[in-house]
Design a protein around this ligand. Structure first.
Ligand code: GLY
Length: 373
């Protein structure tokens, strides 16, 4: 595994610098850095977004992880360069994704204790302000944080929202995060342990409907949604344990464990899921990478037993993702590491393409995997 990790980090070193050079060649006074967040690579073109897109923090997050793995300040400088524009999020209307955006960028910067800080900006202050904004989305009558802004739903809450709670757990009002996780545990999950994508709440907290917008069908198990749920509850369980809240930690662990038990026997032999568990056409590398992180967090919560099936599955997923089928050749793929992710198939958006979050969670999972595995 150590060899595999080193091989991927070597590819990441080339790809991240290559991506930065592609972005730099686009920079003009009109296209300033806030508009130049990598999003995907399609038709031989690097597609970018503004900082408002939910994925804007992941490329900086990849750079922070490459810096952590190499301790080469070149990557710290690039990480800072691509993190700072995201401070602009605090000056505008945001949504539930502010947790993704800030924790993968400024959250990593806050953890960087190797270097003198000379940027004249406090990541902790940005994160605390972002956490306040996120907490402002809490609807007490429903006990939930609203996901999307203006939409066809009343109070839409998507399972992905679980991933934003860590911003509150670390830098904000953790009681809001806990209430959201408890309400979601009560309403988002099916009898078999899988989750719907979206629950729409009335103002009084009653439920108007349940759907799977980005999956195959309302009653199917959209792979990335299951991955967000597994990771989200494992992360909450870990935070509660760290705080000594064993009972609440156990409650969150059990939500994740039931889903984990459903998924393990249903994954393909090589571990990388199809974009929806009911389908057998396209794989989703992003869901694979997030699942690997979720499995490794669950393994950790169980005390790291050597014969854990989730550990074995995470290893299988990572070996597959590191194979030529998924891992890009250096200086191809727009600078992304992984090929073959599915963003939103029903919306016909980002189908079988590279995506920043696949790369971000791939590196995280490789870091979490024990060397001797
Ligand atoms: N909104 C996050 C996702 O597409 O998974």
């Amino acid at each position: 595994m150590e060899q595999l990790r080193n091989r991927v980090v070597d590819v990441a070193k080339v790809q991240t610098v290559y991506m930065d050079s592609l972005l730099s060649s686009r920079a003009t006074p009109q296209a300033e850095s806030r508009n130049l967040c990598p999003r995907t690579f399609q038709g031989d073109t690097l597609v970018t977004s503004d900082i408002g897109w939910w994925c804007s923090g992941f490329y900086p997050g990849v750079l922070w992880q490459v810096y952590e793995a190499t301790e080469d300040t070149l990557f710290r400088n690039l990480a800072v360069k691509h993190t700072l524009p995201l401070a602009g999020l605090l000056e505008r209307e945001t949504d539930h994704d502010i947790g993704f955006q800030l924790m993968s960028s400024f959250g990593k910067m806050a953890l960087d204790c190797h270097s003198e800080r000379s940027e004249g900006i406090s990541p902790e202050t940005i994160l605390a302000r972002g956490a306040e904004t996120l907490a402002g989305r809490f609807i007490p009558e429903a006990g939930i944080l609203r996901s999307w802004n203006g939409s066809r739903w009343n109070i839409p809450v998507i399972i992905d929202n679980m991933m934003n709670l860590d911003l509150l757990m670390v830098y904000g009002d953790r009681t809001v995060a806990e209430k959201h996780a408890l309400t979601t545990a009560a309403n988002h999950f099916r009898e078999d342990g899988t989750t719907w994508h979206l629950v729409d709440y009335a103002d009084d907290g009653s439920i108007l409907g349940k759907q799977t917008v980005q999956g195959y069908a309302d009653d199917s198990a959209w792979a990335r949604g299951q991955a967000w749920a597994l990771y989200g509850y494992a992360q909450m369980a870990q935070r509660e344990r760290e705080a000594g809240n064993e009972a609440l930690g156990q409650q969150f662990y059990e939500v994740a464990a039931k889903l984990e038990g459903w998924m393990l026997p249903r994954l393909p032999e090589d571990g990388v899921p199809y974009w929806d568990f009911s389908q057998k056409d396209l794989r989703d590398a992003s869901a694979g990478a997030i699942l690997a992180c979720g499995f490794l967090r669950m393994w950790n919560l169980r005390g790291c037993p050597a014969d854990d099936p989730a550990l074995a599955m995470a290893g299988r997923i990572l070996r597959t993702l590191a194979s030529p089928e998924y891992l890009a050749e250096p200086r191809t793929n727009g600078g992304f590491l992984l090929k073959h992710s599915v963003g939103n198939l029903p919306g016909r958006s980002e189908v079988d393409v590279p995506l920043t979050y696949a790369d971000y969670y791939f590196l995280e999972a490789l870091h979490l995997l024990p060397s001797e595995h």
